[in-house]
Write a protein that binds this ligand. Structure first.
Ligand SMILES: Cc1ncc(COP(=O)(O)O)c(C=O)c1O
Length: 396
């Protein structure tokens, strides 16, 4: 069975009414026939029929055992870190999403969990960073925002050899393009806010585990900590997933064209997109993912924040906003927006410089998107010619 058929037919018809759309069970509790005798649902933090459909669906999509839906991507990440104990260590990708960095550093480090950030796009760095205290390897592939690609299968082999859990934040690829559990990961998490929901209309997180025992631990944490997804938002994510493969294909095809256009522009220094043969780990991306997604980053030859601000403020179809993965295109300046919480030194070390711009390429017509960028780049070019912009010493 092909993926799109599997998705649509993994969403059950409502057994009570025959409703083809999953009913929204907007309830806090469930009437019991006798104490402890019920239909599998007792209290809606512990379980909810609408949420359960989503949880079962994401488990199927990610080729895992159990799925869990959380109130946000960060709540999903938080649940994973709660598997650890004080004294444990995480080896994490250096170019990590700013919110994950903030959670790890400012919440969990002070509770005794230490972090080692390494460039996981080189497998050797991961092997070298592991110590007897390492209990979790944390990957994003592609990363947010410089689209680094890590070899999930090779890193999973290292994790297994050391009996360390491997968790992959699969937000950027989505299960339509990449299935980390099939490549050996133990846990997959998503900001379902992005491609899974797909319409920039909610905040949600998902976790998928590869084993029943890990699933039971996450279930306990989900219920004990309580950051569950509401029935309505669960329904919206289910509806988004129904068109996931169609959208991701279109996002990816558009992004490939936009990335090729950006590469022809003189003011642009580097275009980061895994679908480009010039990408450092393009061959690994080809090996482990079906499509390359809709996110592209690029920086300017002149690493000047003001110029970058002008560019991101001059597009018409690319709306200036945080987030990604929705049908409408977005543009953002990570150093001032998504990655503001990452210290400048660390930002630069992982390639997030002041002129790095991130695009979330939507499903509009690719030619319109390219024209939009062309006119914004022309405005910045004019500004460079007219002004006396000084190139910061560190980019010379
Ligand atoms: C890669 C990645 N992981 C996790 C998150 C956090 O998700 P949420 O905003 O749904 O909490 C984000 C948000 O941008 C993200 O980009």
């Amino acid at each position: 069975m092909q993926e799109q058929t599997r998705i649509l037919h993994s969403i059950p018809v409502d057994p009570l009414t025959g409703s083809i759309s999953t009913p929204i069970y907007q309830t806090s509790t469930f009437v019991q026939e006798a104490p402890g005798v019920h239909k599998g649902f007792d209290y809606a933090r512990s379980n909810n029929p609408t949420r359960k459909v989503l949880e079962d669906l994401i488990a199927v999509l990610e080729a895992g055992k159990n799925g869990f839906a959380f109130a946000s991507g960060l709540a999903a990440i938080d649940a994973i870190i709660k598997l650890l104990d004080a004294g444990d260590e995480i080896v994490a990708v250096d170019d990590i999403y700013g919110g994950s960095f903030r959670l790890f550093t400012h919440i969990y480090q002070k509770l005794g969990i230490s972090l080692r950030y390494v460039d996981t796009s080189d497998v050797h760095n991961v092997a070298e960073a592991i110590t007897p205290k390492t209990k979790l390897i944390w990957l994003e592939s592609p990363t947010n925002p410089t689209l680094k690609i890590s070899d999930i299968e090779a890193i999973a082999a290292i994790a297994k050899a050391h009996q360390i859990l491997l968790c992959v934040d699969n937000t950027f690829a989505s299960p339509a393009a990449q299935k980390p559990i099939k490549l050996g990961a133990d846990i997959v998490i998503h900001s379902a806010t992005k491609y899974l929901a797909g319409h920039s209309d909610l905040i949600a997180g998902l976790v998928v585990t590869n084993s029943q025992s890990l699933g039971e631990k996450i279930k306990f944490i989900q219920n004990a900590s309580g950051a569950i997804l509401s029935p309505f938002d669960s329904w919206l994510v289910i509806r988004g997933i129904e068109t996931l493969t169609l959208r991701v294909k279109q996002h990816s095809e558009n992004a490939q064209k936009v990335a090729a256009f950006l590469q022809t522009q003189d003011i642009i220094k580097t275009v980061y997109y895994p679908g480009l043969p010039t990408h450092k780990n393009h061959d690994i991306a080809v090996k482990q993912s079906k499509w390359f997604g809709g996110v592209i980053s690029f920086d300017l030859v002149v690493d000047d924040k003001e110029l970058a601000v002008q560019l991101v403020s001059s597009t018409k179809y690319f709306k200036l906003a945080e987030s990604l993965g929705g049908v409408k295109s977005l543009i953002c300046l990570p150093c001032e927006m998504t990655h503001k919480s990452v210290p400048e030194e660390k930002r630069y070390a992982s390639g997030v410089n002041n002129s790095l711009i991130r695009l979330s390429v939507g499903i509009e017509d690719a030619d319109d998107l390219i024209e939009d960028l062309r006119q914004a780049i022309a405005l910045v070019n004019r500004q460079i010619l007219l002004s006396t912009v000084k190139t910061p010493a560190h980019v010379l």
